[in-house]
Design a protein around this ligand. Structure first.
Ligand code: PXL
Length: 275
């Protein structure tokens, strides 16, 4: 059995980060260890008054213990960080354990804005962490923050613009990049991938569902990471991740009580059939 580790926050309620990654990666038949970067009572997207406990000082301690235990991992998946300083700690973790797949989702923002509590320091830290990755999966917001570009909405960019972003993102140092949330025409939405070792672009688009849901980036990344750990190609991993994410959004549309996240649980049987 493959063994992975994910480093991101625990949002105790709200279905994102570890509470999405762990069930999805487990459902794909992969053992998944966790290092929490922070504990929040909820995610920061729509709740007010949430608690936030930074767990930065635990990361080097957990790393030191795991080194003593001689643990080994087939892959590392990083997401939301509790502080910019955690980027360097995670880079040290990658140096110590040398997992064959380092997957960095530079979780920082969406819809042209950084998430609550983040500023330029997280952008600088994430850019550095991206340099350690085999694959990075920014959304358009995160990509434009890391490249110092203005955020553009659907209809305000074309394929040449997206390819230029991908080539410049690759210069941060990752072998592969998958840019999410690409929407040229309002009808379809998808992911464009770039492999800097071959110079090849690849893309997978699906129907653009007219809703914004919380936690879909984490569903996408967890699924794509799992698929890559199972040996899928960049294209196949992107396809499985897009299809699972679209399924999850479809399952949750129209249920106003579920505004805080998607019902990914109901889509697990279909995900298992896809892998
Ligand atoms: O889904 C990304 C994410 C992860 N963790 C926390 C968040 C968010 C998005 O808002 O607030 C704590």
């Amino acid at each position: 059995m493959k063994r992975a580790v994910t480093i991101q926050d625990i949002s105790c309620f709200g279905k994102c980060s570890i509470t999405v990654a762990l069930p999805l990666i487990s459902a794909m038949g992969i053992e998944c260890a966790v290092i929490p970067t922070a504990v929040l009572s909820t995610h920061t997207g729509g709740f007010t008054g949430y608690t936030f406990r930074d767990l930065s000082s635990d990361i080097p301690e957990i790393t030191a213990h795991w080194k003593k235990e001689k643990l080994a991992f087939d892959g590392l998946y990083t997401g939301y960080l509790g502080s910019p300083e955690q980027a360097a700690m995670i880079e040290q973790f990658a140096d110590d354990f040398k997992p064959p797949l380092v997957f960095v989702d530079p979780v920082m923002g969406d819809a042209g804005k950084l998430y609550a509590g983040f500023d330029d320091r997280i952008v600088t830290a994430m850019k550095h962490l991206c340099g350690k990755a085999d694959i990075i999966v920014p959304n358009l917001t995160e990509a434009t923050f890391m490249l110092g570009e203005e955020f553009r909405r659907p209809g305000e960019y074309d394929e040449a613009y997206i390819r230029d972003l991908l080539v410049r993102l690759a210069e941060l140092g990752a072998k592969m990049t998958a840019l999410t949330g690409v929407n040229y025409d309002g009808k379809t939405q998808g992911v464009v991938g770039y492999d800097s070792t071959t110079g090849e672009f690849t893309e997978y688009f699906a129907e653009n569902l007219p809703v914004q849901c919380h936690g879909t980036g984490d569903v996408f990344s967890s699924t794509m990471f799992g698929a890559l750990i199972l040996g899928k190609s960049l294209y196949d991993a992107m396809k499985i991740a897009v299809e699972n994410t679209v399924n999850c959004i479809r399952c949750s549309m129209g249920d106003a009580n579920h505004w805080y996240g998607v019902k990914f649980e109901e889509c697990i049987p279909d995900l298992i059939k896809m892998i």
